[in-house]
Design a protein around this ligand. Structure first.
Ligand code: GLC
Ligand code: CA
Length: 468
């Protein structure tokens, strides 16, 4: 698989382009904008989940892996998108959320109905209502366990209570997930992104964590390499472009995930470089970025992966991160310079660059000032937690303005017209005021724009062996 000379563009489906005037981005909207992406020059399009979902976590809570949520379109729309992208030389990468399902998934519903077979698809533990099996914390705040009174059992959810963790030790679960991959392969998908995939393997015996939130027990867990290898080989995707999202991972594990001899994944995302502005490692404690640490981390990962034939996905932005230009640069006076500098840094490293929608325009944070403007489940949870911890409302809002995932999720800024040209209706999440100046239409027309700078970097990678 040759991915060393490729560039991936990430589409946050809900915020890319709304084709039917309901204020929510959708699949036909992406198809409408393929010419723009072709002009930019990217090779693959990673689309965040648009599968059937109650959308508690904007689609990362999947209720059916092979059906399309009506909010995003239909299966015909997906077929059309794959065909149209293919005509323009671009391949689709779909987002596989295999660590957990929505609690509305039929497997979980059958588990709730008392079917033992389906309870074994998840991580249920017997127990009393006041004694969760362990003290682990959810990554979205609060306990990682939820009690089901009529079953007298707890289930594990490392994320929202509506996202129940799957039991990968059950071979039936692994077979189900292989079938999902086979289904999308037949549709002509060219690659896959695997959501928080280094969390899939939990220890057989679960115990309290007296040092942390539990992550040391299940991060890069006991059978993760074995399960990934099996999944990839059995589903026959070893020649596809694949990327795993690795939460709190280590260099050694990432070498193993991506060294071609292991036949696991093409590449991995790690997030260590995006914690250099977390005070004491706490996302909700802000401090200015430590650029010395940032540089050391990049060196360690670049050299460490190269020395052992590993391969990185290199990136600043995604739908879980604030905008890099606001975070590491100056999004007012030096917005253009900051955006181009950050682009250079990523695109001249060893690895496959990922561009998150709007990054090629130098889009900024949302700069929201009221809690009513936020939509993200994690942000809303943490707003409450911050108030409980004694922050004032203003302090909590200032933290969200820097840290909320909604900063990266505002609608793509297509034009200076109403709703940033994203929709004819009021968008589900408000665009920042600056869309009148910062938008695709004006960037494409301006030879000095961030857009044209990215376009040059993408071309350089495909023609310059040294860059790869
Ligand atoms: C990943 C996704 C994030 C989601 C979480 C749970 O981190 O990128 O958006 O909330 O997994 O699926
Ligand atoms: Ca729509």
């Amino acid at each position: 698989m040759h991915f060393q000379n490729k560039v991936v563009y990430q589409i946050y489906t809900k915020s890319f382009m709304d084709s039917n005037g309901d204020g929510i981005g959708d699949i036909p909207g992406v198809t409408q904008r393929l010419d723009y992406l072709q002009e930019l020059g990217v090779d693959y399009l990673w689309m965040t989940p648009f599968f059937k979902s109650p959308l508690k976590d904007n689609g990362y809570d999947v209720a059916d892996y092979t059906a399309i949520d009506p909010v995003f379109g239909t299966m015909e729309d997906v077929d059309e998108l794959i065909a149209q992208a293919g005509k323009r030389g671009m391949g689709l990468m779909f987002d596989m959320v295999f660590n957990h399902t929505s609690t509305e998934h039929r497997w979980f519903q059958r588990a709730l109905a008392g079917e033992r077979e389906y309870q074994d698809y998840y991580i249920f533990r017997d127990g009393a209502p006041d004694a969760p099996p362990t003290n682990w914390e959810s990554k979205f705040g609060g306990s990682a366990w939820e009690y089901v009174p009529h079953l007298k059992k707890w289930y594990l959810h490392l994320f929202d209570v509506s996202q129940a963790d799957l039991n990968w030790d059950n071979s039936k679960v692994r077979e189900e997930l292989k079938n999902v991959l086979r289904f999308w392969k037949r549709k002509g998908v060219k690659g896959f992104r695997f959501d928080v995939v280094n969390l899939i393997s939990k220890p057989a015996v679960l115990e309290d964590d007296h040092e942390g939130d539990g992550r040391r027990f299940y991060t890069d867990g006991p059978h993760v390499h074995e399960y990934l290898h099996e999944l990839v080989m059995d589903a026959g995707i070893d020649n596809y472009i694949t990327v795993g999202e690795m939460s709190s991972t280590s260099l050694d594990n990432c070498v193993r995930y991506t060294n071609p001899e292991e036949k696991e994944l093409s590449m991995v995302f790690n997030f260590h470089h995006l914690k250099v502005d977390y005070k004491d490692g706490d996302k909700w404690a802000v401090m200015p970025p430590d650029f010395g640490v940032l540089k050391e981390l990049f060196c360690t990962w670049q050299e460490g992966m190269q020395a052992h034939q590993g391969w990185n996905a290199v990136f600043w932005c995604n739908h879980d991160q604030p905008r890099a230009v606001s975070r590491f640069g100056d999004d007012e006076r030096y917005r253009l310079e900051s955006a181009k500098m950050l682009a250079t840094c990523i695109h001249l490293m060893r690895g496959t660059p990922y561009i998150f929608q709007g990054e090629e325009l130098g889009m900024t944070n949302a700069h929201y000032t009221a809690i009513s403007q936020y939509r993200d489940v994690e942000s809303l949870n943490y707003y409450k937690i911050l108030l409980e911890r004694g922050k004032t409302k203003q302090e909590a809002l200032d933290i969200l303005a820097q840290r909320s995932r909604d900063n990266g999720r505002t609608p793509m800024q297509w034009t200076g017209e109403a709703n940033a040209g994203f929709s004819t209706a009021v968008p589900w999440l408000a665009p920042p005021e600056n869309y009148k100046a910062i938008n695709a239409q004006s960037a494409v027309a301006d030879g000095q724009s961030v857009f044209h700078f990215y376009q040059k970097l993408i071309r350089l990678r495909s023609v310059t062996a040294a860059l790869r």
